[in-house]
Design a protein around this ligand. Structure first.
Ligand SMILES: Nc1ncnc2c1ncn2[C@@H]1O[C@H](COP(=O)(O)OP(=O)(O)OP(=O)(O)O)[C@@H](O)[C@H]1O
Ligand SMILES: O=C([O-])CC(=O)C(=O)O
Ligand SMILES: [Ca+2]
Ligand SMILES: [Mn+2]
Length: 663
């Protein structure tokens, strides 16, 4: 037995016993020593440099050609980012440099290019170079460009209060004072072109601002961003239809925002990123910084501004990440119809046989829940395009509501909440980090944003053939709409333009009155053109490709809110299954009073009596009264649309008008 210099027996490990060297001496350390001489060197060994990303295209034989083009490419990329961040009132863009300012010096140990900032020099031949006239032009803007989720986690946890890793690996974040969108603070630049093209005035979501005010806010955002230690830049795509893809650049101040958009937009491959070039649209998200209320058109300290001519969006005074997602959706609602493509606030999935279904509905009616279906391929949960070649998802991720989320009822969404997913405004146990999805302490609008491939049966690329079924979802808290009805084309148009749902405002103590909401095209907050333009396109496409329309009530049954209950999700799923399978096309139907809806008399697996709401109300008088009240609200809402012609065919317009409630 070997002994140590102090005479005590050496404690032998199992490994040492079996691993004898030639000279018969046992080593107590069986692994080779680390190569590093210092702690810094050791740490630098831990992280391997990412492989060079530029594939060598020509001059493949010369290693210098590749090195040069990589350097040139990086220079061009920085120049493009500097141009994006340029103030409009100074002569040059900021000096931009890649990488985290906190990591200075680390790269040197790895033989990487010098960490000393290599600013982008701007040559302005007509300007005599002068000494920098403001402090802001003396400083560097550090850019964290298309970071990976792991890097963004580290940034968030290190620098952003309220960032935590949950027990399943998601990144829990807080969106700040705003936990939902601020539609009343949205402004669209009204110039000569947009004055003609867009929908303005009563009912329109487009509130005007002038070009000068936009530039004032843009300058405020750009100066704010450039004053920071670092900014995040995401270069990504919208629309899986590659012919109609839009390149977007998102400049933001928070890792939360960068990870959110990483998940929600389409992630470019390394090669696509190299060829990215100039973006088609840029977002300046300075959400932590308020707008100046002395600025013309500003009515609060929040402003979300879109300038279609400049292809830019500015966000001030709200950190709710959904503003970016839905702001871009608005832009698509402008760009796509110009190409004859219909943009839709809908979910979309496809059966194994290739039958596509669209799910329209306002917030909370079930687009995400019902399009995420274990038996079908998910094309997308919220924003789509319908072109001559079929449907395509606009986004690269999903944004699911999490309130009362259960593993049993929504297993796919539950399982998607893992590493990489952004979990907004949820409450969790401070020790175990287990999320309590029933907790509304921060907000009821808790959300999870995850890449679409986190859903196991996602259809990638997210495109599909022409839809067979168009399902309009309404969460009717009045409890008078049937769980499902089959619609003819004029009825489909009527309900599409109406865009009805009835939510219950405030779910605290006491019975609250359901609040009817009408939102044209099931997304009035995002549309840019008059609703009838979108409706006409939908009618034309449904007719051309033979799609069937359905109205599904995912809301109350057995009485209105406070008396009845929300229809059970498994029942709604059965109804949706019967639509997909074709079972409902051949069912027996009867017509309801007032709304004139065709309702099936039976569906496999569902108690027949619930199919006609009148059966489930104990007070039949109250049912009739509520039905008429709702019908009245529909009529009143439709008045503004009655004067517009849908498409060239005036007979369709007349039919649509006649397809509403009759009483
Ligand atoms: N019968 C039902 N059908 C559909 N959803 C139901 C039903 N009962 C309860 N729910 C719940 O209603 C919510 C539907 O929200 P979902 O995320 O699908 O909304 P959404 O239409 O995608 O809205 P948004 O556009 O805001 O994302 C989910 O929380 C779901 O669990
Ligand atoms: O935009 C949001 O915040 C959430 C959403 O999908 C919607 O409201 O339609
Ligand atoms: Ca959704
Ligand atoms: Mn939505």
């Amino acid at each position: 037995m070997a002994s140590t210099p102090n005479g005590l027996a050496r404690i032998e490990t199992h490994g040492a016993k079996t691993k004898k060297h030639e000279n018969g001496i046992c080593h107590d350390d069986s692994s080779a020593p680390v190569r590093a001489q210092t702690i810094d060197e050791l740490h630098s060994l831990q992280r391997k440099r990412s492989a060079p990303t530029t594939p060598i295209k020509d001059g493949a034989s010369s290693p210098f050609a590749a090195a040069l083009s990589e350097e040139e490419r990086q220079r061009q990329q920085l120049q493009s980012i500097s141009a994006s961040l340029a103030s409009l009132t100074r002569e040059t863009g900021p000096k931009v440099v890649r990488g985290d300012p906190a990591r200075k010096g680390e790269a040197a140990a790895k033989g990487a290019p010098s960490p000393h900032p290599q600013p982008v020099h701007h040559h302005h031949p007509h300007v005599t170079p002068t000494i920098a006239v403001s402090d802001s032009s003396l400083k560097f803007t550090h850019v964290l460009y298309n970071l990976s989720p792991a890097e963004l986690y580290e940034q968030a946890i290190k620098y952003e209060k309220g960032s935590f890793i949950t027990s399943t690996g998601a990144l829990a974040t807080l969106s700040g004072a705003k936990t939902g969108r601020s539609p009343r603070d949205k402004r669209i630049v009204k110039d000569e072109a947009s004055a003609q093209e867009l929908w303005w005035g009563k009912g329109s979501p487009n509130i005007e601002m002038d070009e000068h005010t936009f530039l004032t806010n843009r300058e405020r955002a750009v100066d704010y961003l450039n004053s920071l230690d670092k900014v995040f830049v995401n270069d990504q795509f919208l629309n899986w239809d590659t012919e109609n893809r839009i390149k977007v650049r998102i400049i933001s101040a928070r890792a939360y925002h960068s990870l959110f958009m990483h998940n929600m937009c389409i992630r470019p491959t390394e090669e696509e990123l190299e060829e990215f070039g100039t973006p088609d649209f840029t977002i300046y998200n300075a959400g932590q910084f308020p707008c100046n209320r002395y600025t013309h058109y500003m009515t609060s300290s929040t402003s979300v501004d879109i300038n279609l001519a400049r292809r830019e969006m500015v966000i001030l005074g709200t950190q709710y990440a959904g503003e970016m997602k839905k702001g871009l959706f608005g832009v698509m609602h402008y760009l796509m119809p110009r190409r004859g493509i219909l943009s839709l606030h809908s979910g979309c999935n496809m059966g194994k046989q290739g039958d596509v279904a669209l799910f329209f509905g306002l917030s909370g009616t079930g687009k995400t829940t019902l399009s995420t279906d274990h038996n079908r391929l998910l094309i997308g949960d919220d924003e789509h395009c319908w072109s001559d070649t079929g449907v395509s998802n606009i986004e690269g991720g999903c944004y699911a509501k999490c309130i009362d989320l259960s593993q049993e009822k929504e297993p796919d969404i539950w399982n998607a909440i893992k590493f990489g997913t952004v979990l907004e405004n949820v409450v969790f146990d401070e020790h175990t980090r287990e999320v309590d999805y029933t907790d509304k302490s921060v907000t009821e609008n808790t959300r999870a944003a995850y890449p679409i491939e986190y859903i196991p049966n996602a259809k990638i690329p997210c495109v599909g053939p022409h839809p067979k079924n168009v399902i309009l979802l309404a969460c009717d808290a009045f409890g008078v709409l049937p769980p499902v009805s089959k619609l003819n084309l004029p009825q489909t148009m009527y309900h599409f333009i109406s865009g009805y749902t009835a939510l219950v405002a405030g779910t605290e103590d006491g019975i609250k009155e359901p609040q009817a909401t009408f939102s044209a095209c099931f997304g009035a907050a995002f549309i840019m053109l008059h609703p009838t333009k979108y409706a006409a396109m939908l009618a034309e496409k449904m007719q051309k490709y033979g799609a069937t329309g359905w109205l599904v009530n995912t809301g109350w049954s057995g009485g209105r809110y406070g008396v009845g209950k929300r229809i059970r999700l498994p029942y709604t799923r059965k109804i949706i299954d019967a639509i997909h399978s074709g079972e409902l096309l051949t069912a027996n139907y009867k017509k309801t009073e007032v709304f004139g809806l065709e309702i099936p008399t039976e569906i496999d697996g569902i108690p027949s009596e619930i199919l006609d709401p009148i059966n489930t109300w104990t007070d039949k008088g109250a049912y009739k009264e509520t039905l008429l009240k709702l019908a009245g609200l529909f009529k009143k809402n439709f008045e503004v649309f009655a004067n517009y012609k849908i498409g060239g065919d005036s007979s369709l317009t007349d039919k649509i008008l006649a397809a509403g409630p009759n009483f």
